[in-house]
Design a protein around this ligand. Structure first.
Ligand SMILES: Cc1cc2nc3c(=O)[nH]c(=O)nc-3n(C[C@H](O)[C@H](O)[C@H](O)COP(=O)(O)OP(=O)(O)OC[C@H]3O[C@@H](n4cnc5c(N)ncnc54)[C@H](O)[C@@H]3O)c2cc1C
Length: 484
């Protein structure tokens, strides 16, 4: 992976930048000591690191606008940051950039139950949004496994999903409006409190734009009534492909569980040792959750169990109460942490048509032998969003490069079978140079032309998403010259 070198002419402006920031921000909101900027050197794709020139922690939209105006005037690149849990390197700084973190922007601005919406500053963590309204019987549906830590800002930028998105959709399906600061420091409001706003769907454009188009400071989120009840069933198989076939058959039968999660043997063993969830020792595990009234739950579970039994499971465990349900989910929720205890790993994120699951799982296991690196699979199987975790040794020369090459082959396979490069983690730097696989030069040009409109100097998160060769001229100021 190539990380771009810092521009010495930008580094030379550091003191001027810091002085200007300190003219309106408190001292503890401006981090410029190299020992302290280290805290921002990476996100959850920790194989790549680079501390920024400066980091800032504003509290208000107006402060954000003032910060970016200064950066615009000094031509300093800005890397927006929520909680830094991106697995795609979306929040990775360049050495000459300013990291703009929204972690201190965590207020609830409005809760409106009759209209089922909530307005928050975007530094608010995902789980705390539900925490705010659950005692009144409501919840916010998108539930990334990182929900304890990740911020709404990052969820919007990456259009994040989670286990329950099979039924409720991803962030874009639950976002009504945003307040955003453009790179010129203009504060704009997009969307509205109704289900569909007039004019172009600019919320659709901003959600998933990976910090390329503006800094999102406030969000209006759809909140939902909590279902009457929910119950998971755990199903074990001695063959990953058979488990994949079971998932495919459930979807084909027209049943819509709220979640279908998949783990293979390496993940089952690791998570069980880590969390003592009591999982069976088998090749593949499915956790399928349904929700609704007691009658609805019974009806859906009966159909699912009938389909599962046709594939001869080695274990079929139905939760009878909340304790048993929590125990079934325990291991799955700690899967990434558990795998991290075994080895360094890179978590991929590709999406495939559900019917291709058995074939893709077979190919990944063959490729694992070809590349000589173990791989564990844990993913949202119901919507075909795969997360192969490739295990490697960061201290062994060449292992990271082999891991990158293996990962690239898996993502190519996802595109070949009719899927796409990313399901929910985004492109960031991780898949930046693989965008050519999915998009032609003309496609990329059209996407970059949108960034030109919002960010004509290409100062916002400029080394992400687009292959470096495709964006080189723009990053060097070509757009600026054309516009001048
Ligand atoms: C253990 C673990 C489990 C995970 N599970 C899931 C999962 O189930 N589903 C899922 O979708 N993801 C998952 N992720 C990935 C990650 O948590 C999500 O991508 C999350 O949305 C990132 O949020 P963040 O606040 O940490 O963003 P950051 O990592 O800080 O940033 C992510 C991107 O958002 C941009 N950004 C941040 N703030 C702003 C802003 N205010 N305005 C504009 N752009 C901004 C950044 O520039 C960057 O491109 C997981 C990560 C980990 C470590």
């Amino acid at each position: 992976m190539y990380l771009t070198d810092p521009d010495p002419s930008i580094l030379a402006k550091k003191m001027e930048l810091v002085d200007k920031l300190l003219s309106f921000l408190p001292r503890d909101a401006v981090i410029d000591d190299p020992r302290e900027t280290l805290a921002y050197e990476c996100d959850a794709l920790s194989a790549y690191r680079c501390p920024p020139m400066v980091a800032v922690l504003p509290r208000t939209t107006e402060e954000v606008a003032n910060i970016v105006k200064i950066c615009w005037d000094l031509d300093v690149p800005v890397v927006p940051r929520g909680s830094g849990t991106s697995l795609a390197g979306g929040a990775l700084p360049t050495g000459d950039s300013l990291v703009l973190g929204v972690a201190r922007m965590n207020e609830t601005l409005e809760v409106d139950y009759p209209n089922r919406l909530m307005r928050v500053q975007t530094g608010r963590t995902n789980l705390s949004v539900t925490g705010e309204v659950e005692s009144d019987g409501f919840f916010y549906a998108p539930d990334p496994s990182s929900q304890l830590a990740c911020a709404i800002s990052g969820n919007i930028a990456m259009n994040s999903g989670g286990a329950h998105c099979l039924k409720y959709g991803v962030t874009s399906n639950n976002l009504l409006a945003v307040k955003m600061v453009t790179m010129q420091g203009e504060i704009i409001d997009l969307g509205g409190s109704q289900f569909d706003s007039s004019g172009y769907d600019l919320i659709g454009l901003i959600c998933g734009s990976e910090g390329q188009l503006g800094i999102v400071t406030e969000a209006t989120l759809r909140i939902l009534h909590k279902p009457e009840g929910a119950l998971p069933v755990l199903i074990g198989y001695n063959d990953s492909q058979v488990a994949g076939q079971c998932v495919s058959d459930i979807i084909k039968a027209g049943i819509l569980p709220v979640a279908i999660e998949f783990m293979d043997r390496p993940c089952i063993r690791a998570t069980d040792a880590f969390s003592q969830a009591g999982y069976p020792d088998c090749e593949a595990l499915l956790i399928i959750e349904v929700e609704g009234s007691e009658v609805e739950i019974e009806e859906q579970l009966a159909k699912i169990i009938e389909i599962a039994n046709k594939h001869n499971p080695v274990e079929l465990r139905r939760a009878k109460n909340t304790d048993e349900a929590n125990r079934i989910w325990l291991g799955r929720k700690s899967a990434f942490g558990a795998m991290g205890q075994i080895n360094d790993y890179m978590c991929l994120d590709g999406t495939i048509p559900v019917s291709k699951l058995p074939f893709v799982l077979k190919r990944i296991s063959e490729m694992s032998k070809e590349f000589g690196l173990d791989v564990g699979n844990v993913f949202h199987a119901g919507d075909g969003n795969m997360h192969p975790l490739i295990l490697y040794n960061a201290n062994k020369p060449g292992d990271l490069e082999t891991c990158e090459a293996f990962g690239a082959e898996i993502l190519k396979l996802c595109v070949e079978v009719g899927g796409c490069l990313t399901g929910e983690h985004g492109v960031g730097i991780e898949k930046r140079d693989l965008m050519h696989i999915q998009y032609s030069a003309d496609d990329l040009e059209a996407q970059m032309a949108i960034k030109d409109v919002f960010d004509p100097k290409w100062l916002l998160n400029p080394t992400k998403v687009f292959p470096l060769d495709a964006s080189a001229k723009r990053r060097a100021g070509a757009t600026q010259e054309t516009a001048a």
